[in-house]
Structure formats: C-alpha cells, structure tokens
Write a protein that binds this ligand. Sequence first.
Ligand SMILES: [Ca+2]
Length: 342
Amino acid sequence: MSPDRNCGLCTVHYGLRKSSPARETRDRPSSIFHSPIPYSLFPNLPKMRASGYKKIIIDTDLGDDIDDIFALAFAFASRAFEVGLISVCWGDIDYKLKTAARLLAETGVSAPFARGRQIAGSNTPHDVSGYAAPDCGNAADGIARAVGEGARAVVSIGPLTNIADFVSRYPALKNACRIVWMGGSLRRGYIGQTGPTNEFNAAMDPVSAAAVMRSGFDVALAPLDVCRDFIVDGERFARIRRDGNPFARAALNFYAEWHRNYRGGALKYPERESSGILYDLVPFLYLLRGEWFGVETMRVACDGKGFTRETPDGATVKVLTSFPGKERALDFVADVFTRRSN
Ligand SMILES: [Ca+2]
C-alpha cells in the first residue's frame, strides 16, 4: 500500500503492532482550529534547561495497545513528574478521552485533557461505560497553554498528529519545551525483524512525523532500536503483581481487561508473567535517566510510508540508539510500581 502523496494526507500500511483495520484514511478538517493562543499569554517564558522536566505533557493514543496505560500509570506513580496535560490522538477520540478519564479516576490523579482530531478505527478493548468524554479544547492550544504554565517536555507516545499541529501553530515556543517521541526505527525493527521498518506511530501519520522533525524544536526519538524489547517479566513482574501500589493495580486491571478483549498480535505475552512490550514507557525513562541511553545526533527523514532513515538532507534530531542501562531501568520500573508513597 502506498500513501497518496498528492493529497498530502496519509493512507498508509497498517503497522505490525496492530491488526485491523488494514487501511486508514484521515482528513484534516479546519473546523476544529481556532485562532492560536496569543504569545502575549506567555510572558517571560523561561528557557528550557537541561533538567527540570517535572511538569510534562503527555500526548497518547491510549486505549488500543496497552503500553500507553502502563506508561501513564508509571508517570503518575513517579515522584519526578507532574502531568500538566493529557492530550489524546488517533482513533476514536471520545473513547480515548473516556479511557483516560477512567484511568485517572482509578488512580486518583487529576490532569487537564485536550482532544486530537478524530481518526476512525482502532481496537476498543476497555469498558468506558459510565465515563463521559471530558469537555476540553483542541490539543495544539492545550499543549501551548501547558507550556505557558511551565511544562518543559512533551512526551508523545502515539502518532504525531497533535504535535505537528502544535509546532506549526506555535513555532515561537520551540525554545520553551522539548519533544520526546516513541517512534521511528533507525537500525532495528520489531522483534524478529532483521532490519529497520516503518514503525507504527510513524506509519500512522508520516506527514506529521516529518513535520515535527523539521520543526526546529528540540526533538528526540525513542525508536524501536531501544523500545522493541523493553519487557518487564520474571521476578520484577511478579513483584509488581504481588506488591503493586494503586498505580500498578490500576494498570494491571486495564491489562487484564485488554487481554480479554484486544484483538491483535501483541497478545502473545502471558498476562500473569509479562507486561508485554512497554514501548511507550521508554521516553519517560529517558527524561528521568538520560545516562541510561546511548544518544546520537543525526539527520533523519520520514518517508510517506513511515520509514525513518538517516540521510544528509534529513532534519537534525537526537536518536536513542542503544540502551546500556536497560537492566537498571527495569529494576527502576518495578520499584516505582511498588512504592507505597508518592
Ligand atoms: Ca501509544
């Protein structure tokens, strides 16, 4: 399958992590866009610092694959983060907002929401009956507002649709926050693949992926190279199941439900023995412990099918290419999910 380059939208091959539907077509309605928030609302924006990512924005396609739920629960459980905004992207946006509302209710966390653009079609394994989609504004304005309120990092764990809207509407904020994205595949693909591939988040919206990388914002990729086999299992997972705090228990409730209702290839990991692959947790670990990763600055382009390749005419981004601190990171995740106080 090939994207239709002429219309500038994306009809792309459905990635390996999800199984249905086979094709997605998106449009970009202009009706949801309002006037950008005036920059005057952000006087004296402090410059981004090397540390100090306590307040973060999370852009997520939660409610389909399960790793978003574990990543959000981890961020909530960590003492290091304050979640300044949850914006949702890709698929049934109302369902995703309801899923986020349920996760917050079950963890006792409060955070503002923002909605991305509706894109039809995804798994909906979670029961969100009884939860209303929060009344909230669009993602680009919400992200800008959260940056104005002190958020210094945008953690994107889904297709980059909302982030592309944000960077195009608020280019003046490029020195006020950084973007860390779980996405791309530079030298390694999914488990079992011998080379790089078109990673799901890139393949679902390659136009936005390319736009974000070219935006001039500080962009770091946590690609399949470092995320593809980040799995909590063995004694670590047993400890979480046995001694998990309320954040872990909420995530495990969603995980059990996901195992019952999800239809896709990610189900090969047994519910009681393994977390499955926690792709989306990795960018949070990078923000907390950058020294656990090998990071290369390189020029990367994203083609119309979502292949991310190093090329001389690509955009300059940081890429996590190795994960020498992986074992410590797995211990850390188990620790955060079993702490009794936060
Ligand atoms: Ca995700």
